[in-house]
Design a binder for this molecule. Structure first.
Ligand SMILES: [Zn+2]
Ligand SMILES: [Zn+2]
Length: 170
């Protein structure tokens, strides 16, 4: 006969299912990816998210200045048409970059010591290496942003300290 007072070990054996969840960097870069879907350039869509102490203070995506026809409206991107290599002749696309749009919507206080997350997708090949361009790097430096996390184009991301850019002139 079973002793009802005898403790079974069954209770102890119940496994706690520990749910895995993304870390802060993965969490915010995924949000940057969602933001990029609002971008209006036919060539590349970028999204940027600026956080301070793990709270979002600003977001931005690349698009034409308010009131100006963007690449989607015009149904063409001159840089795409002319097959301008990446990193060159930015003036031919009318977009304000995602990083710049996010920066102009945050206060100087919010930007100081903040982190910016950047995720971009190429119209043809999908997610791409999303290192900021030279102009955005300069802006990030002057905004006092302390950390940059950008997608590596292979499902992961790089976390960098903008001050490292100062080793060479950007
Ligand atoms: Zn464009
Ligand atoms: Zn840029």
């Amino acid at each position: 006969m079973k002793d009802p007072n005898k403790k079974t070990t069954a209770a102890k054996k119940i496994k706690t299912v520990r749910q895995t969840r993304p870390g802060w960097d993965a969490y915010f870069i995924n949000i940057a990816k969602a933001v990029s879907e609002r971008a209006t350039c036919l060539r590349r869509r970028y999204g940027a998210v600026i956080t301070k102490n793990h709270v979002i203070v600003s977001t931005g995506y690349n698009g034409a200045p308010a009131g100006m026809k963007d690449c989607l409206d015009a149904a063409k991107c001159t840089r795409k048409e002319l097959q301008i290599p990446h990193g060159e002749r930015y003036e031919l696309c009318h977009s304000v970059h995602a990083e710049a749009n996010a920066i102009i919507r945050a206060s100087a206080d919010e930007l100081s010591g903040a982190t910016i997350y950047i995720s971009g997708a190429d119209a043809g090949s999908g997610e791409c290496l999303s290192e900021p361009c030279m102009m955005c790097k300069r802006m990030i430096l002057n905004a006092g942003i302390a950390k940059v996390v950008h997608s590596d184009g292979e499902g992961g991301f790089y976390a960098i300290t903008p001050k490292d850019w100062l080793k060479t002139r950007v």
